[in-house]
Design a protein around this ligand. Structure first.
Ligand code: GDP
Ligand code: GDP
Length: 461
């Protein structure tokens, strides 16, 4: 089926339009308007995103124009591109936030009455968060955080584009869907599988000394690799092991094997917070390994706290389960203890295992994959606000100094971990307890047990 749909990439200079264009079109550019002598106002190309096929127009390349006539030309050229397009990708730079020029372009776009997909580019890493919130002000709905340069967030872009141009886009056979270019993989039915599935799942195992980390990791990767690590001198360094579990690529981060050497030399029995933190920063999913016979010590809780603060997906491994006698009663007790001591990650998965006996390893890996998926949860703005409306009817925020606090609107700004933004009046007055109440409600309603959900309130809406 030929690609009939055309999508224009619009935005002020330097937000990453060309980079996005190149990523969508791949190496073989079709330079329609690149005839010598003709001002290069725009490029067109055949775009691929997963199995979606469409034409894409890039409006970059005006930076070198005479500044005096720049604004008029940009407007003209933007309007021309939009006229040819069925949908618009409106790109902003999430790192620098909204500028007056962004708002100017947004006005032009708004008048043209096409479906708009708001792309917040350069969103890799944390530096992008302020820009993401500002992006809501444009009124184009949820911004899609993207890194055109690194190919991150492409599956969310896919979802949005597919919705916007479904009836006109072409669809390739899944086998042709070029995962390497776009970072989006599709299954036999053309559904996108996972976010950025090209990358291995990054897992770290952390815990107190003697919890059984080295034993577990050696058991998982099935060889004594950790014991053959580098010698003293870099004993505080950690290593990542490439490994695969049921055909899923996994990068396993370990500090244990090397610390063991350190321990011998320095009698280091204390948990190294720096080690744990490095592992946590590296990971998407962190397994906190507890010795089930002495669980939830102060240090264990501190480690969980670090993980929550870093916003990682979490699984708790109850190790040395082979030593536990009344298992049903013990598990019940630990479940209750976990939810009482760790309310920030209520419902966190507890997996019983024995690294020594090699029991429960598949269960542990299943839990990691599930935690990863939950961590990637995206709740649509529609569902969120339907839920919010009901909730506000029954449990509105309290009155402060005689005036009711208002919440008007809610949206999810980010995933990994899920990050929600509330809009309403006097955010500074909203009590912590009410925000916690909302987080717990979100976790329960949208089924995200154990996920360190984030929430922020902003004025407006
Ligand atoms: P255009 O003028 O809108 O077409 O922007 P370009 O595609 O030429 O990109 C402008 C600058 O932003 C270049 O230096 C790119 O390398 C950079 N850039 C593009 N995409 C990203 C991204 O996802 N992250 C970061 N950090 N930089 C990016
Ligand atoms: P690490 O300091 O967290 O890396 O812990 P190690 O892997 O060095 O294990 C500490 C001690 O606990 C060793 O004596 C292990 O043999 C023992 N151990 C590890 N896993 C298990 C387990 O599942 N069951 C039992 N009974 N002992 C274990």
């Amino acid at each position: 089926m030929p690609a009939e749909a055309t999508v224009a990439i619009i935005g002020r200079p330097n937000v990453g339009k060309s980079t996005l264009f190149n990523r969508l079109v791949g190496k073989k550019l079709a330079l329609v308007d690149d005839t010598p002598g003709v001002t290069r106002d725009r490029r067109m190309g055949d775009a691929k995103l997963g199995d979606l096929r469409f034409r894409v127009i890039d409006t970059a390349g005006l930076e070198e124009a005479d500044p005096a006539s720049l604004e008029g030309r940009m407007r003209q050229q933007t309007e021309n591109a939009i006229r040819e397009a069925d949908a618009i990708m409106f790109v902003i730079d999430a790192r620098s936030g909204l500028t007056p020029l962004d708002k100017h372009f947004a006005e032009v776009v708004r008048r043209m009455e096409r479906p708009v997909i708001l792309v917040a580019n350069k969103a890799e890493g944390r530096a992008a968060e302020p820009g993401l919130y500002e992006a809501f002000e444009l009124g184009f709905g949820d911004p899609i955080p993207l890194s055109a340069e690194h190919g991150e967030g492409m599956s969310n872009l896919y979802d949005a584009l597919r919705e916007a141009i479904e009836d006109k886009a072409g669809f390739a056979a899944p086998a042709e869907a070029d995962e390497a270019v776009t970072g989006v993989a599709v299954d036999e039915e053309g559904n996108v599988v996972g976010d950025d599935p090209v990358r291995p799942l990054r897992i770290a195992v952390v815990g107190r000394p003697n919890a059984g980390k080295s034993t577990l990791i050696n058991r998982l990767i099935g060889e004594d690799r950790l014991l053959t690590g580098p010698e003293a001198g870099i004993t505080r360094d950690s290593i990542a092991v490439d490994w695969s579990w049921r055909e899923r690529e996994v990068k396993l981060f370990d500090t244990a094997g090397l610390r063991r050497k350190a321990r011998v030399q320095e009698k280091l029995e204390k948990l190294s917070v720096a080690d744990a933190l490095r592992a946590i920063k590296f990971a998407e999913v962190v397994v906190v390994l507890l010795d089930a016979t002495i669980p939830f010590e102060k240090q264990d809780l501190q480690i969980v706290d670090l993980i929550v603060r870093e916003g990682r997906a979490l699984v708790i491994g109850l190790n040395k389960w082979d030593l536990v006698e009344d298992r049903a009663a013990k598990f019940k007790e630990l479940r209750e203890e976990a939810d009482r001591l760790l309310p920030q990650v209520r419902g966190v998965q507890l997996v019983t295992l024995s690294g020594l006996a090699g029991q429960g390893l598949d269960k542990l890996m299943d839990a990691c994959v599930r935690a990863y998926d939950l961590w990637n949860t995206r709740v649509s703005t529609g569902r969120l606000n339907r839920w919010l409306t009901g909730l506000l009817e029954h449990h509105p925020p309290p009155a402060v100094a005689g005036r009711r606090l208002k919440i008007r609107y809610m949206t999810q700004a980010k995933t990994r971990p899920p990050y929600f933004v509330l809009f309403g009046s006097r955010p500074e007055a909203m009590p912590e307890s009410y925000m916690r109440y909302l987080v717990n409600g979100l976790r329960e309603t949208f089924e995200m047990p154990g996920v360190p959900i984030r929430i922020q309130m902003r004025a407006g809406g």
